[in-house]
Design a protein around this ligand. Structure first.
Ligand code: CDP
Length: 226
């Protein structure tokens, strides 16, 4: 079997990881895996059942038999239902970091993530990919941007998707998630010691993609075909 390559892109909320990861995957012919969407899907399942996402015991009850499928077109299917849009709503964004701090939730999703990365080349984005999910990843990127830049980007994304939010609420959500994500006990957000830091505050999407591709070329020799 041909050797597979894994690229981990971690970083704080709304740093543009998924946009960059998706493009890099497309250009290299790799599979893109959005692990944040998986935590969002669990959060939505908890809320849908009328459970309290800030209660660990209650939240964990959705795990047995839970199925999450990430389709090549970007759709997210949870227990047979298309949740692509609802998982981006403020109610899910505002609760996902509680759900993501629960150890049993993480263990269940990390198993799925490792299985997805096992037999194919992947670009996987999240918070703990380089430190915990794929510690042997061939390339590890830690992508950051200032909190103000990130809030504006997410606000504009929400507007484009027809999700009503205010810039102030988005900035608060980003700050809150950053805090919870980097202070949780299990697999917190932090750069892997062997990661390459890319600050995209003053970069366009294409420049950020170029920056990641340069690191990929340097570390693995792999480059886009055309
Ligand atoms: O796109 P955005 O940066 O807003 O977040 P996301 O990647 O969709 O992730 C949503 C939330 O899931 C994060 O704020 C984390 O709480 C959690 N998450 C995590 O804990 N570990 C991951 N590997 C991915 C996401």
């Amino acid at each position: 079997m041909e050797k597979t390559i894994s690229i981990a892109i971690d970083g704080p909320a709304a740093a543009g990881k998924s946009t960059v990861a998706k493009k890099v995957a497309e250009l290299l012919g790799f599979t893109y895996i959005d692990t944040g969407a998986m935590y969002r899907a669990v959060t939505n399942a908890v809320i849908k059942k009328g459970l309290n996402p800030q209660d660990e015991r209650q939240s964990e009850t959705v795990l047995p038999g839970l199925s999450i499928d990430l389709l090549p077109g970007g759709q997210v299917i949870c227990n047979g239902e298309d949740v692509t849009r609802i998982i981006r709503e403020p109610l899910v964004s505002g609760n996902v970091s509680y759900i993501a701090s629960y150890k049993n939730v993480r263990l269940a999703l990390v198993d799925m993530q490792r299985a997805l990365a096992k037999s194919r080349s992947v670009v996987m984005d999240g918070r703990d990919i380089g430190t915990y999910v794929l510690p042997d990843a061939d390339v590890k990127i830690f992508q950051i941007a200032s909190v103000e830049t990130r809030a504006v980007r997410r606000y504009e994304e929400n507007i484009a998707k027809g999700i009503p939010t205010s810039l102030k609420d988005v900035e608060e959500d980003v700050r809150k998630r950053d805090y919870i994500d980097s202070h949780r006990a299990f697999a917190p957000l932090k750069p892997a010691s062997d990661s390459v830091l890319i600050d995209t505050s003053f970069m366009s999407v294409d420049e950020a993609v170029e920056a990641v591709l340069r690191v990929v070329k340097e570390k693995t020799g792999v480059a886009p075909k055309c």
